[in-house]
Design a protein around this ligand. Structure first.
Ligand code: FES
Length: 158
């Protein structure tokens, strides 16, 4: 594997990020985010690199990475479908939508379609409980979903 290193552009972003924190270790979350944008997947090598940048142990980086669903240690499809299945969204029909997605995409949670287009995840509250059910697709949120609106949404993704 090639040496893991931020590009000059990402390194500049990293420098401006750590400048906002009293100590480097506190910048772990945004640094992990920069790493994910740069490398797509947070492999053990990337985690070690991030650990060195912010001065914490690789184990600490792994703990933080595995706690937050926004970070990934495995390759994702072009579109990461994160359906909230927490209590409010479930009461509003999220479980049924999840079953529909599994059938339509022929995958289970945590899996990617064979064409690498979609990865399906069931996640905890996305903070839009008033307008559930909610799905996050990459960086965008889609609310008040129905089976029909979800199908339309998926059809629109190229
Ligand atoms: S319970 Fe789904 S967004 Fe909060």
């Amino acid at each position: 594997m090639n040496k893991v290193e931020f590009s000059k552009k990402t390194l500049d972003k990293f420098k401006s990020v750590i400048a906002k924190y009293p100590e480097k270790g506190a910048a772990l979350l945004p640094t992990l985010w920069l790493a994910q944008q740069e490398f797509s997947v947070l492999t053990p090598e990337v985690e070690e690199y991030v650990a060195g940048l912010v001065g914490v142990s690789p184990v600490r980086v792994q703990e933080v990475r595995s706690f937050y669903t926004m970070y990934t240690a495995r390759p994702l499809g072009k579109y990461h479908l994160q359906l909230c299945t927490n209590i409010t969204c479930s009461l509003l029909g999220a479980e049924e939508l999840l079953e529909h997605l599994k059938k339509r995409l022929k995958v289970n949670c945590g899996e990617t379609t064979s064409d690498k287009k979609f990865t399906l995840s069931a996640v905890e509250c996305l903070g839009h409980c008033g307008t559930g059910p909610v799905i996050q697709i990459n960086d965008d949120f889609h609310e008040s979903l129905t089976r029909e609106s979800l199908d339309k949404l998926l059809d629109s993704l190229k």
